[in-house]
Design a binder for this molecule. Structure first.
Ligand SMILES: [Zn+2]
Length: 99
């Protein structure tokens, strides 16, 4: 059985899009939980996020998913997040930088 990464990243544009629901869970639960664990254990900020993401994806490497495929998928997701940040800041988000 192979993991279809593409299917896991494609929005279905519906009200109940599984990709959006997953991203909402990450924002609402995973990010704050990781930050709390880091603080409680005296770890550097985002250290759990970084190693957590790498470790979780490493499990896929172990299953035989090619690294290039993982990197491409991750890169696409980061592009999407970057795009979202850009949209949020241009649509009246908090002022940032020297604009
Ligand atoms: Zn979606």
């Amino acid at each position: 059985m192979t993991t279809d990464l593409e299917a896991l990243t494609e929005h279905d544009m519906g009200e109940d899009c599984p990709v959006c629901r997953t991203q909402d869970l990450v924002d609402a639960i995973l990010l704050p939980a990781a930050a709390a664990w880091e603080q409680r254990n005296g770890l550097a900020r985002v250290s759990l996020a970084l190693h957590g993401a790498a470790g979780l994806l490493g499990a896929l490497l172990e299953e035989g998913v090619p690294r290039e495929e993982l990197e491409r998928t991750l890169s696409e997701l980061l592009d999407e997040i970057e795009q979202q940040i850009l949209e949020d800041t241009t649509m009246g988000g908090p002022p940032q930088g020297t604009a």
